[in-house]
Each structure stands twice: as C-alpha cells, then as structure tokens.
Design a protein around this ligand. Sequence first.
Ligand code: GTR
Length: 322
Amino acid sequence: MELPEAWQRAVVPPLPTTRSDIVDEFARTIYGRTPTGGEVTELVLRSRDDGVLDGAADRLRHHAVIACPLGNLELDTLTHLPSGASDAPVVVVLNFKGNDETIEAWPYAKATAAGYAVLTVDYQQIEPDDPAPSAAGVRALFPAETWGAVAAWAWGLSRLLDIAGRISGIDTVGAVVLGHSRLGKAALWAGVQDERFAVTAANSSGCCGAALFRHPAGEDIAAITSRFPHWFVPSFAAYAGRENDLPVDQHQLLTSIAPRRVAVTSAEDDAWADPIGEYLAVVAARPSFAPNAIGYHLRPGGHDLLEEDWLYVLDFVRKLVD
Ligand code: GTR
C-alpha cells in the first residue's frame, strides 16, 4: 500500500529510548534540571515526646540546616517513630498545611504500628508555591539553574531522606517517598532521580504526575501552565494544546523508576487528576516492572490523601518485604 504523501515527507524526531535519555528529556521539557549539592550540616532535636499514639510511637521535632551554594535552607521537621525502633524504614512525605495539621489528618498510629517511621515537612519551607514569591526558597540558593518548583520539592524529599539517615532508630534502606497531588508529582520526580527510594507512591498526582498527557481528560498543559507557571520550566508552556508533540509521556516517568517499585493511587471522583489516564500509564509501564513491583489502587471519593490511600501504600510496601 502507498503511504500518503504527507507521511512520506514527515520527519519524525528521534524519541529517547534509554532510561537516561528519557530522564534527561523529562528534565529538559517539563521539570528542569536538579542541581547537585545541598548538604545537611546541622540537625538539632527541638523536642521529643515518647510514647505518644497509645504509647507505641515517639514524636520528634528537628530543626535542620542545609548548606546550599548561595546560603542555608532551614527546615522544621516532624518525625513519628515506632517506640524502641532500631532500624525502622521511613516514609518521607511533604505536607501542605504545616506539620501539626498532619497529626490529626494522617494515620501515624497505623504507620508506626506497621513498623514505619514517617518524616514530614511543610513543602513551602523548601520552595514557596507562588509564581512571584515574596520569600526566597531553595531555587534562590543555587546559581543559574532552571528548575521548577515541583523539582525543588523533589530535591527537598531527597534532603528529608538525608535527615532521616541522621535520626537514630531509622534505617534509610527500604525508604518510601509518598506525595499527594502537586506533591505526588514531586514524589514521582524524586523517585525517578534518587535511587535510595525503594518505593515511590503518588496519590492523585494527575497532570504532570502519573496521568498520561495523551489521554485527553482532566487537567491539561494549557490549564496547568497558566495557573502554575512556576511549577515547571518556562518553555513547557509552549506545549499547551500540543500534547501529542511532547517527546515523552508519563508512563515513561513510571518506567524510569523500574526496577524499583511504584504505587499509583487515584480516586473515582477526582476527574481533574484523570484517574483513567493514571491507570493507563500504569498499564503501559507494567512490562518494565517485575510482577508486584507496580501497583494501582482506585478508591471511591474525591481529591484527598485519606487513610485508605496510606493503608494501600503501606500494604503495597510490605508485600515484597514479608
Ligand atoms: C490543582 C492542580 C493539580 C493538583 C492540585 C493539588 O489545582 O490543578 O495539578 O496538583 O492542585 O496539588 O491539590
């Protein structure tokens, strides 16, 4: 059969095929390049409450200083640790509304009862979530880098793991990175880049997270880059309305985590995050993973990080460990 003339003339750009080319392409096109550097130089224990959560967990608050090329970043972290733990694996997770709010909202008692430590920090201590921030975040502390706020939060997740490594009772082997929504996007980018994360879990991460760009539903590039231009490299906005021209799609972000493990969780009524597009990315990525190394969970309800999501992730993590 004759090819249509337009096809014969079409020049198909070379698409990336190796893992490192794919990761480079994601950095170039969407998230930006993460600079190397940023070292935890001080970790001061501010308070410690033993035997909270029915006597089975310890609650620690630390102040961390991270030296960056142009100055220090300071973080106030909250850690819950199973009481008496000597080598608890850790879940690192950024929060939206401050550390204290998570004490009511997240199932810390169940996570610590399952043997996990959980370490969190307010994401805006790493980088303000604002196109024109009045306070500087970590991106102002590195010279001449082009990286979006999502990548800055991902960098922060790696620094949380550095901090976890200095807390007695935690063993960073088997570390889990978890995030919801915009912080689910950051968790995926952290999981791709930092191989110390054994498991990456992205909850309702949607557009620029686990959802396929080429599944046309929910948030698209035009919507996300007009509301949140600071999340990505400025040139990403040029793909608004041109999803099919992107050199990558999000199943390749998932495959870039293989052979380590990844869990994608979605909610039925969360149309903006496109749960079907997230599921299709998992299906497309599955051949790159061992059976059980990639998981998908869909629950009823809307856009939130609920106890059910946490428990699915903890169960997914445990399945290969037991
Ligand atoms: C929405 C945004 C999504 C998602 C969400 C969130 O407004 O459109 O991409 O990140 O915010 O972080 O809650």
